[in-house]
Design a protein around this ligand. Structure first.
Ligand SMILES: *Cc1c(COP(=O)(O)O)cnc(C)c1O
Ligand SMILES: [Zn+2]
Length: 407
């Protein structure tokens, strides 16, 4: 059973069949999955959702597959933590962390999008999956391809964090490290995708891939007791996650699972790669590409594919945007760890630091409900903390010495 009607151009609204295509032949706009929401409304009730296993396929009527899920069986339904210590520190009354640093199987929100993309690639009959990645996508595609017995080709910038490279190679995919930044890797992959019959999860499968991000928004609403929060801060790289959280909340409203969505969405980027934030501050829907230079490598996309749509979501929702320096990112990582016991990667440091800034600026009121999106795990970007946290106190195995040190 499927509720997918087909694909539709986000610009000229021309309709397309559900195939492995991603741009409009007429206007080059990107394609979006369209559902029969009346049918979904009949078949996706709170009772049905609550009766299902705690993974993101519990919202499967809103995901673009025709048959059974083929990947990501334990992905999603990550904790929504009520962050009391951090709330106190930031001086706000109702604060939550949506914690995808513990997503299954590779500890980032990318497991959601890859789960859907790999399922769809198998439905389309592909035997090879591929991606252009800033790190977390590489980990997830390699892992999920291994479980699904697919070949995989992973393209990464050659300067990626060692942990993310190792966390990809261990699954034995074909890894190609390209001497260039992500935008150059992506351009190469667009060329490769047009010559090889591969499912590039974030190129020719992108319309389906992006839908996986909606479940991040669905879960926030469900876990808050079927309501949307007043504010959500979201890290932005290619701009897919932020647009799909919005789509996810809006479709929950449409099918009657929550009331009217009155959520303001905020874009968070590193100062060293802030094209979407700059566009929002300048109030110009032309997202001007930048040359990335930041420790937040998972957000280092200078020419975001969905930048224009990310801009629109922030504007439509009445939110705002901020960027933070590398030092502030480190402070953000430490703040979350010290207050909530959650170790996030550099992208999470960006989100926390941006949330702090927006609260201090008065952009986000202190007495309203706020969700900070934590999208990746700190064990993957440990290099960023080198020299920034204190060293252990080293002693010989001797009780007297220990007592001296303690004094
Ligand atoms: C990819 C990624 C993002 C941003 O995702 P987009 O959908 O490309 O904007 C955020 N956080 C982490 C940890 C990521 O890996
Ligand atoms: Zn079009």
């Amino acid at each position: 059973m499927t509720y997918v009607k087909g694909l539709k151009c986000r610009e000229c609204e021309r309709e397309y069949p559900k195939e492995a295509i991603y741009t409009c032949e007429f206007c080059f706009g990107s394609l979006e999955v369209v559902y029969d929401y009346d049918a979904v409304k009949q078949n996706l009730t709170k009772e049905i959702i609550l009766s299902r296993p705690k993974n993101h396929w519990r919202y499967r009527e809103l995901l673009p597959i025709d048959g059974e899920p083929k990947s990501g069986f334990d992905t999603g339904y990550t904790p929504l933590v009520e962050a009391r210590n951090l709330a106190k520190r930031l001086g706000v009354s109702e604060l939550y962390i949506k914690d995808d640093s513990v997503n299954h199987p590779t500890l980032s929100f990318k497991d959601r999008v890859v789960s859907v993309a790999v399922s769809k690639a198998i439905e389309f009959g592909f035997d090879t999956v591929a991606c252009a990645s800033t790190g977390n996508l590489a980990n997830s595609v390699a892992a999920q391809a291994a479980l699904a017995n697919l070949n995989s080709f992973i393209f990464i910038p050659a300067n990626l964090e060692l942990t993310k490279v190792t966390g990809t190679l261990v699954y034995a995919p074909h890894v190609i490290a390209v001497e260039g930044n992500y935008d150059q890797v992506n351009r190469l992959c667009v060329e490769i995708a047009s010559s090889y019959d591969w499912a590039f999860v974030n190129i020719n499968i992108r319309p389906y891939y992006g839908e996986g991000s909606k479940t991040f928004g669905h879960e926030i609403a469900e876990q808050l007791g079927w309501r949307a929060p007043q504010h959500i801060i979201v890290p932005v790289a290619g701009g897919s996650l932020i647009t799909k959280i919005w789509k996810g909340l809006k479709e929950f409203e449409k099918i009657g699972l929550i009331g009217k969505v009155d959520t303001k969405i905020y874009a968070a980027q590193p100062a060293g790669c802030n094209p979407v934030v700059a566009a929002i501050k300048e109030n110009s829907d032309w997202v001007k590409p930048v040359e990335p230079n930041t420790i937040a490598k998972s957000l280092a996309i200078g020419n975001p594919a969905d930048g224009y749509y990310a801009f629109n979501v922030v504007k439509e929702s009445g939110g705002w945007a901020e960027d933070v320096t590398d030092e502030e990112i480190i402070e953000g990582i430490k703040l979350l760890a010290e207050t909530q016991g959650i170790f996030t990667e550099t992208a999470g440091g960006v989100t926390v630091a941006v949330a702090k800034k927006l609260i201090e600026q008065g952009r986000i009121p202190r007495d309203e409900s706020i969700v900070i999106s934590i999208t990746g795990n700190g064990l993957k970007t440990q290099e960023a903390l080198s020299g920034k946290i204190s060293a252990p106190i080293t002693i010989p195995p001797n009780f007297v010495v220990f007592k001296e040190v303690l004094n």
